[in-house]
Ligand binder design. Structure first.
Ligand code: ADP
Ligand code: MG
Length: 230
C-alpha cells in the first residue's frame, strides 16, 4: 500500500512538473510567435533588430528551462561525463564570468577564498551551473537594495564549504519554505528552477545545500557542502 502511495505521489509530481513546464514554455513561445508575425506583416527594417533580440532571448530562455528540467528529471546525457576535476577552477570561472556585471552595476564582490588544490568527482558543467545559479540569485536580490556579495570558500575534513551571502532583500519565511520547490519564484521573469536544479546537482554529488538569512549582511546566505576526493 505504501508503495502504491509513493508511486501515486511520484506521478502527481511528474504531472505538476509537466504542467509547470508547459506554462513556462508557452509564454516565451507566444512572444516569439508575436514578434515573428510582426516581422512578416510590417517588415519594418528599423525595428527588426529589436524584434530579433527579443526572439533570441526568449529562445535562450526555453533552452535554459529545458536544460533545468532535464537535470531535475535526472536525464542521463551521454555528452556529459563524470570527471575528477579541480573544483576551484569552476568557482573562479563563475566569478570571472560575473565580474563585468558586478563592475557595471557597482556591486562589490567580497572574496575570502582559501587556496587549495581541491578535487571533486562528478559533472563539471553541472557544478559550474550550480555556482552560477546561486550567484545570479544574489545579484538579482540586489536590484532593489544592497550592493555586496560575499563569497567564502574553505575546506574542512573531506568537505569543501562554499558560502554566498548578500546584503539584498533577504528571504521571507514563505520564501524560505519554498526555495527549493520547482517553479517557486517571487520574480516577474523568474522560472523558479534555479535552486531546485542546484539542490539536485549538489545532492547528486553527495553534497548538501542550506539557505538562511545572513546575520552579518542582512540578505540571504547560502551554504554548499561538497565532498572532496583525495
Ligand atoms: P528564480 O531565480 O527563477 O526566481 P530560483 O529557484 O533561483 O528561481 O529562486 C527561487 C526564489 O528564491 C527566488 O524567486 C527568490 O524569491 C528566492 N531567492 C533565491 N536566492 C535569493 C537571494 N539571494 N536573495 C533573496 N531571495 C532569493
Ligand atoms: Mg534563480
Amino acid at each position: 500500500y505504501e508503495e502504491e502511495l509513493t508511486k501515486r505521489e511520484a506521478l502527481a509530481a511528474v504531472g505538476q512538473l509537466a504542467a509547470g513546464m508547459a506554462h513556462e514554455i508557452r509564454n516565451p513561445l507566444t512572444s516569439i510567435k508575436g514578434f515573428i508575425q510582426l516581422l512578416r506583416e510590417q517588415g519594418e527594417p528599423n525595428r527588426s533588430e529589436s524584434y530579433f533580440s527579443v526572439i533570441l532571448t526568449e529562445i535562450e530562455r526555453i533552452d535554459g528551462l529545458l536544460n533545468d528540467v532535464l537535470v531535475l528529471a535526472r536525464y542521463r546525457d551521454d555528452k556529459i561525463v563524470t570527471e575528477h576535476f579541480p573544483v576551484m577552477e569552476e568557482i573562479y570561472g563563475v566569478i570571472r564570468l560575473l565580474e563585468p556585471e558586478a563592475n557595471r552595476r557597482g556591486i562589490k564582490l567580497e572574496q575570502q577564498i582559501a587556496d587549495g588544490d581541491w578535487y571533486i568527482m562528478g559533472y563539471r558543467s553541472r557544478i559550474k551551473q550550480a555556482f552560477l545559479n546561486i550567484l545570479k540569485n544574489a545579484f538579482e536580490a540586489l536590484v532593489n537594495r544592497g550592493s555586496l556579495v560575499s563569497i567564502t570558500v574553505f575546506a574542512s575534513i573531506h568537505q569543501l564549504v562554499i558560502t554566498v551571502e548578500d546584503d539584498g532583500e533577504g528571504l521571507s519565511r514563505d520564501t524560505l519554505q519554498n526555495l527549493f520547490v520547482p517553479f517557486f519564484t517571487t520574480k516577474q521573469e523568474g522560472t523558479g528552477l534555479g535552486l531546485s536544479t542546484t539542490q539536485r546537482i549538489i545532492n547528486d554529488h553527495g553534497g548538501e545545500i542550506f539557505a538562511d538569512n545572513s546575520p552579518r549582511l542582512g540578505g540571504a546566505r547560502f551554504e554548499i557542502r561538497l565532498p572532496l576526493t583525495t
